[in-house]
Design a protein around this ligand. Structure first.
Ligand SMILES: *Cc1c(COP(=O)(O)O)cnc(C)c1O
Length: 430
């Protein structure tokens, strides 16, 4: 049986780990069935415990832009680990890393390393509140900023109402401080700012949304947020945990040429190890403890020397001139091929792509916000997903995620994927 060992191990995992997973998105909940247990990976391929091989478009949910087990990243990790694994003291690696991040990301003048994207967004919000002396934040429906209390908020009855908790354990008092508005809707942001003068600390946004499937910012959306933030004394925070070093070396802020006050980073920045970071304007960052207003934020393993060298080696490779052009070419080839197969058969799907991140929506499109995304045919997607899996193509197990193309994906991978896609679409629409 193709998935026998995976199934057995996963039922055992469920005895000891909630849902058998250390992060819920891995559990195949939205598509049904039992997840494959991964044993190893190389370049564009992952291998499960039953020995099945897959072309991987999850890429650890984004971090592995160079592909799995990149030789220079692995060599750097191996070498560095010989020197010890953690010191709880300043190191040369974190200096080199911070300097490189400030060089790559245009709005970042100073940066603090943390251990995950969640930590980055939580810390950035605290800093924004400390710096502005205000409590409210504006966020967008369908954006994901990790599992901090302030972000686990859904929209109240009116689109402009203040939030209600999206999870048990988030106090109403906390939820009320987050206002959720539709993505790509500047008027809604304007109204919230107008109704709450002098109260909004920050607007936090995924500059390209990646967590309701890929939804690019509409014309003028990011620019509009920039001017609304500036005119209201609100800080603009770009959550570039996915888009940072993904849509360009300088992230979405470079691609769209809009400068946020603070930027949250994660995923690619760790080269496959657990790293997050937040950074931005010097006059703001100079209030993070131990400086200035001493906004609290600390971490025993933050700036871990092995994680830093994995991230640094990855970023250095991304500074090479070829990488983003190659990623664009591979992703273009793949998605145009996928769409021409869909169109020639009249299937009502669309693809939204920015660089090497894209989503195949089971909806004719365009998908501009969460309400649009919610109209997708998730049952057809589930059938498509399982057909692709059975044909050796590993996709994110949810309609509302991004596929990631890495620099290790080849023409052959594209050809294999297109062949599987044609059959999977047929099965999805059967
Ligand atoms: C993944 C993600 C996060 C959370 O990062 P973790 O490392 O999983 O905590 C935050 N924001 C965005 C946009 C993400 O995609």
């Amino acid at each position: 049986m193709r998935y026998e060992r995976s199934k057995k191990l996963f039922s055992e995992s469920q005895l000891y780990i909630p849902g058998g997973v250390n992060s819920p998105a891995r559990a195949f909940g939205p598509v049904g069935g039992s997840p494959v247990i991964i044993r190893r990976a190389n370049r564009s391929r992952v291998y499960d415990v039953d020995g099945n091989e897959y072309v991987d478009y999850v890429c650890s949910w984004g971090p592995l832009i160079l592909g799995h087990s990149h030789p220079s990243v692995i060599a750097a990790i191996r070498k560095e680990s010989e020197f010890g694994t953690s010191f709880g003291a300043p190191t040369l690696n974190e200096l080199k890393m911070a300097a490189l991040v400030c060089r790559c990301v245009p709005s970042v003048e100073m940066v603090r390393m943390v251990n995950s994207g969640t930590e980055a967004t939580m810390s950035a919000i605290r800093l924004a509140r400390g710096f502005t002396g205000r409590d409210l934040i504006i966020k967008f429906e369908g954006c994901w900023h990790g599992h901090g209390d302030a972000f686990l908020i859904k929209t109240g009855s009116s689109a402009l109402s203040q939030g209600v908790p999206d999870s048990p354990g988030v106090p109403d008092e906390v939820a009320r401080l987050s206002v959720t508005v539709p993505y790509n809707d500047l008027e809604a942001v304007k109204s919230v700012l107008r109704e709450n003068p002098g109260k909004v600390a920050a607007i936090i946004v995924e500059p390209v949304a990646g967590n309701m499937g890929v939804v690019p910012p509409g014309d003028g959306f990011l620019d509009g947020l920039r001017s609304l933030a500036t005119s209201s004394g609100t800080l603009l925070i770009f959550d570039e945990v996915i888009t940072g070093f993904r849509v360009s070396l300088g992230g979405a802020q470079s691609l769209y040429d809009v400068m946020p006050d603070l930027t949250c980073m994660g995923k690619i920045i760790g080269g496959g190890l657990p790293v997050g970071a937040y950074g931005g304007r010097l006059d703001i960052m100079q209030n993070v403890s131990p400086l200035g207003m001493k906004v609290s934020q600390a971490g025993t393993l933050s700036g871990n020397p092995i994680a830093m060298v994995a991230g640094y080696t990855t970023l250095l490779r991304l500074c090479g001139e070829d990488v983003y052009a190659d990623l664009e070419a591979t992703a273009e080839k793949l998605t145009s091929g996928m769409m021409s197969i869909a169109k020639s058969n009249g299937y009502p799907v669309c693809i939204q792509r920015v660089g090497s991140m894209f989503t195949l929506f089971f909806h004719p499109g365009p998908v501009r916000n969460y309400d649009d995304a919610a109209k997708c045919d998730t049952e057809r997607f589930a059938r498509y997903f399982h057909s692709m899996l059975d044909q050796g193509i590993y996709l994110p197990p949810s309609q509302f995620e991004s596929w990631f193309v890495s620099h290790a994906h080849t023409e052959k991978d594209v050809a294999l994927t297109l062949k599987a896609h044609e059959k999977a679409l047929k099965e999805a629409f059967a």
